[in-house]
Design a protein around this ligand. Structure first.
Ligand SMILES: [Cu+2]
Length: 142
């Protein structure tokens, strides 16, 4: 796979369903720039939080406070900036695009690189299986 560059991001599709992500793992090259398309093919609102275990835990805790909120837009929740990760919220039928430069050293924040995940923390969704691993791969030269 040829890594994306800032002037030519690699396009990546990530589909959220009720309640799973497709594909079953997100392949990333450290330091590359991607144009991420998050597509909600389910009936519920979903999100894609990309980050290590600390990021996932922070969002799971923060969003648990929204249990029982009335239907509608996802309430805004805040987590400390150093564990914010990347978060994209998508509503049913919607596609959200995001240009993102992947950290060149994903383990630098203290978390093991192998612990990076993509997760949805709308209450209950993580437990229903909306979590996939990030696979770090080495890119080939064009
Ligand atoms: Cu979800």
């Amino acid at each position: 796979m040829v890594p994306g560059r800032s002037e030519a991001p690699r396009e990546v599709n990530l589909i959220a369903r009720d309640y799973a992500f497709v594909p079953p793992a997100l392949d990333l090259v450290p330091g590359e720039t991607i144009l991420l398309h998050v597509i909600d093919a389910g009936l519920e609102t979903h999100e894609a939080v990309i980050g290590d275990a600390a990021v996932q835990a922070a969002w799971e805790t923060a969003e648990a406070a929204t249990v029982g909120a009335p239907p509608g837009p996802t309430p805004v929740v805040r987590v400390p900036a150093d564990v914010a990760g990347v978060r994209v919220v998508v509503r049913s039928g919607e596609r959200v695009d995001l240009v993102w430069t992947v950290p060149s050293d994903p383990a630098s924040r203290g978390g093991a690189a192998s612990q990076w995940l993509v997760g949805c923390h709308i209450p209950g969704h993580w437990a229903k299986g909306m979590q996939i691993p990030v696979r770090w791969i080495s890119g080939s030269t064009p």
